[in-house]
Design a protein around this ligand. Structure first.
Ligand SMILES: [Zn+2]
Length: 337
C-alpha cells in the first residue's frame, strides 16, 4: 500500500462511519463490565443492601475504579476487533473519533454486572419481620401458652391445627423478633418489588434474638400471606447482630428453600402490617448504626462496654470464681454463664 491510498482510507473514518461499523460488528450491543464466573458478592453488608433496596449502589461506588478500568479495557478490545491497525492509530490521535466509540459503547452496553454477580453469589438466608416482638418473660412458664395463642391470632393461624408447633416455638426461645426465615437466590431480589403482599408456603416461623444470639424455628403447614414492606425484609447474614441461620444454629439451607412469592391478590384475609412498623424499621436502623459503631471500634483495635457480641471484644477470658462467666479485660464487658 502506498502512502496516498493509505491516507485516503484514513480520511474515510468519521464519527458516523465509526458508529455504523460498530453497529454492524456488534448488532446486539457490547458487554463492558464482564463478570467472571467466580466473581461474587462476598460482603454481607452489600448483600443486605441488595435485599433491602434491590440495588448495590454502595458496591459500585466502592468499586468505581475497577468498573471504570473494566469499561476502558472492553472499549479498547472492541476498538481493536472492529478497526484495522491503521484505523486504530488514526482513532488514537483523534478525540472526536474516540468519543464516538466511547459514546456508542456506553449507549449499547448490554452488560448486567449486578445480575451476574448476584447469580454467582447464589443462595442467601433471609428473614421477614412479622411485626411482633416477644420478651423473654413471654416465653416463660407462666406466659408461653398465651404468647403462642397471640402468634396464632396475629398470623391468622388455626389454633387447633398449629397449637403444638407454636408452643414448641415459644417454649424453646428466649424472646426476640417473630420472623419468617428462608433460604433463596439473591438474584430474585434485584430491582423493585411492587406487589403489596409477600407469600410463603409451609414457612419456617422463627423467634430470633440477634443481640444475644439465640432463637428457635418451626415449620408450619399452609400458606401465609402478609402485607409487604421491603424495609422489614433482611439478609440474615447482613442485618445487624448475630446471624441466626449461620452463627446461632448452623442450619443446612435445603429444607429452608420454601416456595416464597409476591402477590397483589392476597385473598380474603392477609396478615396486616403491624401498626408499629415505623418504629420497628427505626429500631432496626438505629440498631444497625450502633452495630456499625461497635464494628468500627473493634476494627480500630478496641472494643465497647455494652456490646453483647462476643466476637467484638479484644481480651476475653473465662473466670471460674463466682460469678462464673466470660470477662473482657479491655472494656469490662461480662457474660454470665
Ligand atoms: Zn471488650
Amino acid at each position: 500500500m502506498n502512502k496516498e491510498t493509505k491516507n485516503k482510507k484514513e480520511t474515510r473514518l468519521t464519527p458516523e462511519t465509526i458508529r455504523a461499523r460498530l453497529q454492524a460488528k456488534y448488532p446486539h450491543g457490547v458487554d463492558l463490565v464482564y463478570i467472571n464466573y467466580d466473581d461474587r458478592i462476598e460482603d454481607t453488608g452489600t448483600i443486605e443492601e441488595v435485599i433491602t433496596t434491590g440495588y448495590a449502589e454502595s458496591f459500585f461506588e466502592a468499586h468505581f475504579e475497577w468498573v471504570a478500568e473494566a469499561q476502558w479495557q472492553s472499549i479498547e478490545c472492541v476498538t481493536d476487533e472492529t478497526f484495522t491497525t491503521e484505523e486504530c492509530e488514526e482513532i488514537a490521535d483523534n478525540d472526536a473519533l474516540r468519543d464516538a466509540i466511547n459514546d456508542w459503547c456506553y449507549e449499547h452496553d448490554r452488560g448486567t454486572p449486578l445480575e451476574d454477580l448476584a447469580k454467582n453469589t447464589g443462595d442467601v438466608w433471609l428473614f421477614y419481620d412479622l411485626g411482633m416482638g416477644i420478651s423473654e418473660a413471654d416465653c416463660g412458664p407462666e406466659a408461653y401458652k398465651s404468647t403462642a395463642r397471640a402468634i396464632a391470632k396475629r398470623l391468622h393461624l388455626s389454633w387447633a391445627k398449629h397449637r403444638g408447633d407454636l408452643i414448641e416455638l415459644v417454649n424453646n426461645s428466649y424472646g426476640g423478633r417473630l420472623v419468617v426465615l428462608w433460604n433463596d437466590k439473591l438474584s430474585r431480589f434485584l430491582g423493585e418489588i411492587t406487589d403489596k403482599h409477600i407469600t410463603f408456603n409451609d414457612p419456617f416461623l422463627c423467634i430470633m434474638d440477634r443481640d444475644q444470639g439465640s432463637g428457635y424455628d418451626v415449620q408450619i403447614e399452609g400458606r401465609l400471606v402478609v402485607e409487604f414492606d421491603r424495609r422489614l425484609l433482611h439478609s440474615d447474614d447482613g442485618a445487624a447482630g448475630y446471624s441466626y441461620a449461620r452463627e446461632v444454629c448452623g442450619l443446612i439451607p435445603g429444607p429452608y428453600q420454601i416456595n416464597q412469592g409476591w402477590t397483589d391478590k392476597p385473598g380474603r384475609w392477609p396478615v396486616r402490617l403491624s401498626p408499629d412498623t415505623e418504629e420497628i424499621v427505626l429500631a432496626q436502623s438505629g440498631y444497625k448504626k450502633q452495630e456499625a459503631r461497635y464494628d468500627a471500634e473493634y476494627k480500630a483495635g478496641g472494643c465497647t462496654f455494652g456490646d453483647d457480641n462476643f466476637r467484638r471484644h479484644q481480651e476475653t477470658e473465662y473466670r471460674n470464681e463466682y460469678p462464673c462467666g466470660t470477662h473482657c479485660k479491655r472494656c469490662g464487658q461480662f457474660w454470665i454463664d
